[in-house]
Design a protein around this ligand. Structure first.
Ligand SMILES: [Zn+2]
Length: 154
């Protein structure tokens, strides 16, 4: 069985920032993307590395893929209370990616008002420093966020 290995240490940008998740990949050119797996037998796409398929139970043939960078807002909640130093309110979202896979993240670049955030909203995946999260060496992290597809780079 082919086993893809994911390592945070493989994903460090020029500023020494790590990917915020095991499936955040930072390329040699500094560009970032989310990695996933696709089942060769049934086509189901998962976030991150998988060795078996939860849909068709295939135990082989999951290939590593780059997840798509656009999707639709499946669900969200506006968070008003969080850990110290985390700015609130923020929008914690679940997005169905257009090319497969479902992923959690924060929706930014939008007023955190439920009246203005429709389900199914087209979004883009962006990457930027997660200012509140600093590693042991003070190097920070690169995290994914969602922005409305109609918005420019946030
Ligand atoms: Zn499958």
């Amino acid at each position: 069985m082919k086993m893809d290995t994911y390592s945070v240490m493989d994903s460090i940008d020029a500023r020494g920032r790590q990917g915020a998740t095991l499936y955040t990949h930072i390329g040699d050119d500094g560009s970032a993307w989310l990695e996933g797996s696709r089942c060769a037998a049934c086509g189901t796409v998962y976030t991150g590395a998988r060795t078996s398929c939860g849909r068709c139970f295939a135990r082989d043939g999951l290939e590593s893929i780059r997840l798509g960078a656009t999707g639709k807002l499946y669900n969200y909640t506006v968070v008003y209370r969080s850990y110290p130093h985390i700015k609130v309110p923020f929008v914690a979202a679940i997005v169905d990616l257009d090319e497969g896979g479902t992923i959690k993240g924060n929706l930014v670049g939008i007023d955190p008002d439920p009246a203005r955030i429709p389900f199914g909203l087209p979004v883009r995946v962006i990457f930027r420093g997660a200012e509140e999260a600093i590693g042991e060496q003070g190097e920070g992290f690169v995290a994914h966020f969602f922005v409305p597809a109609s918005e420019g780079e946030a």
